[in-house]
Design a protein around this ligand. Structure first.
Ligand code: 13P
Length: 253
């Protein structure tokens, strides 16, 4: 059975002390609830807080991921963080190809593919984001756009490597806007992505791939979204910055 995953993408938020407080609040809340055994919690804080958050957890409450990685192995790339560095900190995951990086830092599918390769080489699991912008949805092109992102970002992988991939469908028009895809829109796209995976790698791989929804997922709509057969959890932005909301979503299965 594929994993249910609730991942918090903190983006560029929180000072060190605020981040420390958030993670201790999350742990306190996790200690008081019974999580579904198949649900995995992942926290993706900014780079400078990765060690602090990892030290808190010791893998018992949640796993930890970065929000970005370099496509290069090492060397003179000022300001970049390599997959080898993340591996040496014993991190488990890394978000790749978030729409904010595609939009503001011009990340292409080709660059996403190179980052995915670096992560797999260093034994980290990529959480690969795909999703259409509003104009693309209004033009009825959402399936085509997401198919191209999935194909060009991921389909160069072998079936064995693909088994380590988590996909997050994040319709850009729903990110941080308060607009959420309807459960039907989310299910339809997740099923489309799973079909693409099945055609490329076969049913067993497709059935095991966790596909998360991201885009204004909140405690009030998580249940409805997660009730869909192809929605295996969420990549949570704003609501992951408040322990109550984040745990409210994590318990929505
Ligand atoms: P929001 O939950 O704030 O809409 O952000 C979603 C997202 O981008 C997660 O990566």
């Amino acid at each position: 059975m594929r994993k249910h995953i609730v991942a918090g993408n903190w983006k560029m938020n929180k000072t060190f002390n605020e981040a420390d407080e958030l993670v201790s609040d999350i742990i306190e809340k996790l200690e008081s609830i019974e999580l579904d055994r198949n649900t995995q919690i992942i926290l993706c804080p900014p780079f400078p807080y990765l060690e602090m958050v990892s030290d808190y957890s010791d893998d018992s409450y949640f796993l930890v991921g970065a929000q970005n990685v370099s496509d290069q192995e090492s060397g003179a790339y000022t300001g970049e963080v390599s997959a080898a560095m993340l591996e040496s900190m014993e991190l488990d995951f890394c978000i790749v190809g978030h729409s904010e990086r595609r939009a503001y830092y011009h990340e292409t599918n080709e660059l996403v593919a190179a980052k995915v390769n670096q992560l797999l080489k260093h034994h980290l699991k990529p959480i690969v984001c795909v999703g259409e912008v509003l104009e693309e949805r209004e033009a009825g092109k959402q399936f085509e756009v997401v198919e191209k992102q999935v194909r060009e970002g991921l389909f160069h992988l072998s079936a064995t490597d693909f088994a380590d991939i988590i996909i997050a469908y994040e319709p850009v028009w729903a990110i941080g806007t308060g607009k959420t895809a309807t459960p039907e829109q989310a299910q339809e796209m997740h099923a489309h992505i799973r079909q693409l995976i099945e055609k490329q790698y076969g049913k067993a791989v497709a059935d095991e791939t966790s596909i998360l929804y991201g885009g204004s997922c909140k405690p009030s709509n998580a249940k409805e979204l997660f009730a869909n057969p192809d929605v295996d959890g969420g990549l949570i932005g704003g609501a992951s910055l408040k322990a109550d909301d984040f745990i409210g979503i994590a318990t929505a299965f």
